[in-house]
Design a protein. Sequence first.
Length: 198
Amino acid sequence: MQEFPNQGYDPDVIAELRDECRQQGKTFVYTDEEEDFENDDVDDDEPRQFAQVMFVGKDAAGKEVIYDAMICTLRLHHGSIVFEQAVEEVKKMFPGYKLPEERQPGYKFDASKEQEVEETMADIIAEKEETESVKVREEVTVSDDVDPDEIGLELDAYLNVEEINDEVISTFIEQFNSNTLKLDPTMYSFISEDEEED
């Protein structure tokens, strides 16, 4: 039996994915995580900011492989970085504070300070956006580490588009696989959409 770095290099697994793509009339399939996201309490009128998909391509050595890709808008990428930086600053200002999803049973923090923490976080985010201290550009990264327990190679793509839809994903995959992908080198900064509406 031939050994592969992981299942994403197995021709049988690749053939299965190709068949699934063919059945759906696309060059990719959405992964389970994306389906969960779509079923979330998200406003259907809101443009989709990211998608997780799998597609067949070639690795740096020219071997056929499955890519497990997260494709997201530059706006969402920028917002994520701004939020992460704001969280770090808030944690320094309020020792012991943890985000709700980080809290373990027995978590203790002065509940009377929760409102102050939220307001401080909002102020930090607004300041970072107004001063454009965080800038991002289009980028594609492929993981160098091949995890034997995963399928294929992890790929992250940050694209300067308004939304992530089938057309954007198909175009990205076509250009990525044909080595014709041209990334915009311009550095961008964004303001939260709720701020823009004020």
